[in-house]
Design a protein around this ligand. Sequence first.
Ligand SMILES: Cc1cc2nc3c(=O)[nH]c(=O)nc-3n(C[C@H](O)[C@H](O)[C@H](O)COP(=O)(O)OP(=O)(O)OC[C@H]3O[C@@H](n4cnc5c(N)ncnc54)[C@H](O)[C@@H]3O)c2cc1C
Length: 432
Amino acid sequence: MKIIIIGSGLAGLSAGYKLSKSNEIIVFEKDEEIGGMTASYCQEYNGKEYFIEKYYHHIFRSDSELLTLIKELGLEKQMLWLKGTNAYFVDGKNYPMNTPSEILHFSPLSFTDIVKLGLLVLRIKTINNTTPYDRIRARDWIIAGAGKSVYENFFAPLMKSKFGDNAENVSAAWLIGRVKIRSDRGKEGEKLGYLRGGFNSLIEALSREITSDGSKIFKNKEVTEIIINDNKVQGVIIDGNLVTCDAVISTVEPRVLDALTKGKLENLHETLLSIRYQGTACALVGLDKRLMGDGNYWLNIKADVPFGAVIEHTNFMPVEDYGEHLVYITSYFQEEKDFHCVQKEEEVLESYLRGLEKMFPDFSRADIHWAKLFRRMDTAPVYEQGYLQRVLPFDVCLSGLYLAGMFSPTNYPERSMNGSVKAGFEAAKFLK
Ligand SMILES: Cc1cc2nc3c(=O)[nH]c(=O)nc-3n(C[C@H](O)[C@H](O)[C@H](O)COP(=O)(O)OP(=O)(O)OC[C@H]3O[C@@H](n4cnc5c(N)ncnc54)[C@H](O)[C@@H]3O)c2cc1C
């Protein structure tokens, strides 16, 4: 069979990997590099080249499909499990948040609130089925379970930095999924997985597997239409020309899919349009010195700065791997007209650097080797109340069209690399 895959993120490449041994696969990617959200920069410092993700990424212990894939591709020797410490910067003060005793010292909450927060987390750990929580707003559920102060002083700033103006509409199902994954710590605290050499190794290995049997991956090729006649896929339009095929797997954002199919997915048309995505503006800075001298990896922020988190990659991975310190500064945004999306790269970077100067008195611009910004609008669905009804099927009941991506059941109630790998595998099963 000749199968076209639209998008070379983990969903597309995982589907291609499963299908390329017995089919002719063509992957079309609109960007200049493959990997989608997990794409990397090839950076050079002091005569040394290395790969680093445009967006910070790590693996969780529960990512079984992704870990199996890494093993199958012979990348297991690159897998590291490392401690990634967390802190919460609230109104000028840094609060480490790794152990129960550190959390007890989180002074924006009273002792009673900390106990309520602890009980809420324990309750979340006992919940196995998030479905009943999809229709409840996280905000209401937290307030009912732990009180307004716990919501306002702990969860609200975190949710605001993740979902902006949509924070109040996010479902309790999302919150429960998120807290469960982050509180799965074991005795030694939370350990996060990372592939030494970066996730570029995974993307490259998948690409090699797909192309080794004659299948092809094309970059800078945007699919502008999926041609459907008599309820059957005929092919896709690339550069104004029809490329015919027997089947298409689409991994693109639902609204884009609706446009590509010209509304011909009538039964899904309303749903496709109702799934909102949010954007991310993530800066990566190469530095001479550590930014967070306490060795902290992940800092969530409640402060008057234009970003919601600072992630110091080289407080997680050894700095020797890169020869310089690497720090992500990141913000989610909700609309294309948002400052983070429309301003020039230099202006967004400037605003981020001013924010860093405000938060870290020892930070000096003289320590910057280089700074880059990566931003795009399609980085995550907004898991709003009632979102479960909108999760898209793998098989859309139209001959030859299958879907896999952040909108798939495997990425509910939170999208992840594992969820997209699994989505690619599931979509591939329909074509084996
Ligand atoms: C800031 C950030 C941090 C993250 N951190 C983590 C983490 O630590 N751990 C984790 O597990 N997950 C993390 N994720 C999530 C993870 O990256 C995604 O869930 C996963 O990579 C999505 O893969 P995908 O293939 O479904 O989608 P994508 O990677 O978005 O792939 C879709 C591809 O389709 C292409 N495309 C779109 N339209 C067209 C078109 N018309 N023609 C051709 N190509 C097209 C796009 O360019 C893109 O390459 C993070 C994501 C972000 C943004």
